[in-house]
Design a protein around this ligand. Structure first.
Ligand code: PLP
Length: 382
């Protein structure tokens, strides 16, 4: 083990302005959940991404759950979801008692394969059991092939929930990631491109649906002076203090995107010419926030596994991770239906087997990045 300082995968990066909004909340005693910071954060975020409205909630997971609830997902329904993602994308399907069906990635974006989606839709239609919703994830900041995916979903009249937890600030054909489906969601978890320590946002052009989301997120309290409830609700709203952090973070989002993209470019400069290393692509017409720099290795050409490299980095106090383990391989989803990109070719399995996420925090210094690069190169030459 080394005495060198720790380099994290994606640590929080405060701007300094957060304290101003938090102090305001303290000075006016808006400590209770909700308040002016929440209203302003919703408005500012909606403006930034170009959606008609936004509802601030306690996590990205809560935002997905509310979206599914608003779409009427319930027991006996199926919901299609990207397989290569963090489990939070799919857990809310189970909260609603519905059944997930996982869709593989395609190689150009690592995101949902329109080919596999079409196959899954055709089969579902034939069986008379179309899904209630499709959850499309934009992995590591890269947008999925939204045109193709929306064309399929529109054809079958199935609403889309865009899981943009990792892609805030990214664009697809000039439009902000997260604004393509009936609902979009963002996460402000500690490791995200901007963070509130924990939090999320639901966005939509359907402002009535967002109002319903706010109602459900505050215990579904009916308009009555006494406490009256006609349906099940949740305690999912964001607090006024947390929203203050979000407002200051949103001010620097574009800078954070620039910094992460510069980090990606430096990794490519240093490692991109090595045979057997392939960086995550950026689809033409899209701009990824490069939340995490990710790459795949040719294990045969390099003579190492991703874990060899990750362990070598760990020995030098550097945090790196494998690519998400696909959900169709997770024990909790044992037996769930899965549609690979092509029969006999599962792209997400390959990405998981060969992928590595490198430290990508927007506050990482050039010296720190050089440390990562040096260890990486030594590891593949061992
Ligand atoms: C793809 C994806 N979806 C959903 C989430 C859930 O967000 P949260 O942690 O805010 O609940 C995350 C991250 O945590 C994520 O990476």
């Amino acid at each position: 083990m080394t005495s060198k300082s720790r380099i994290f995968l994606s640590p929080p990066h405060m701007s300094g302005n957060e304290q101003k909004y938090i102090n305001e909340a303290f000075e006016t005693n808006w400590i209770a959940p909700l308040g002016p910071n929440v209203d302003a954060f919703e408005k500012e975020l909606a403006e930034y991404v170009g959606s008609k409205g936004a509802a601030a909630v306690s996590s990205g997971t809560a935002a997905i759950h509310l979206a599914l609830r608003l779409l009427g997902v319930q027991q006996g329904d199926t919901v299609f979801c990207s397989s290569l993602t963090f489990i939070a994308s799919a857990n809310p399907i189970l909260y609603q008692g519905a059944e997930p069906v996982f869709i593989d990635s395609e190689p150009d974006t690592w995101n949902m394969s329109p080919v596999a989606l079409e196959r899954a839709m055709e089969e579902a239609k034939r069986e008379g059991k179309l899904p209630k919703a499709v959850i499309v994830v934009n992995l590591y900041g890269q947008s999925a092939k939204m045109d193709e995916i929306l064309a399929i979903c529109n054809h079958y009249q199935v609403p889309v929930v865009e899981d943009a937890a990792e892609s805030l600030g990214s664009t697809y054909k000039g439009k902000k990631s997260g604004t393509f489906g009936k609902f979009g969601i963002y996460s402000f978890n500690g490791n995200k491109i901007i963070t509130t320590s924990g939090g999320g946002m639901l966005v939509s052009d359907d402002v009535e649906a967002l109002q319903k989301a706010r109602f459900l997120a505050t215990q579904a309290r009916d308009p009555a002076p006494h406490y009256q409830h006609s349906q099940v609700g949740y305690n999912y709203r964001m607090s006024n203090i947390v929203a203050g952090i979000g407002r200051a973070q949103l001010e620097v989002l574009d800078e954070r995107v620039k910094a992460r993209r510069a980090i990606f470019d430096r990794y490519v400069q240093a490692l991109g010419d090595i045979e057997g290393i392939q960086f995550m692509p950026e689809l033409e017409g899209t701009m990824s926030n490069r939340w995490l720099t990710t790459l795949t290795i040719d294990q045969q050409a390099l003579g190492v596994t991703p874990m060899d490299i990750i362990n070598a980095l760990a020995e030098e106090n550097i945090e790196a991770r494998p690519v998400w383990k696909p959900l169709h391989l997770q024990p909790v989803f044992n037996g769930v239906t899965y549609y690979p990109h092509q029969e006999g070719w599962s792209v997400s399995d390959e990405l998981f087997a060969n992928g590595i996420c490198l430290p990508s925090g927007s506050s990482m210094t050039i010296d720190e990045q050089n440390r990562v690069i040096d260890v990486f190169i030594k590891a593949i030459k061992r």
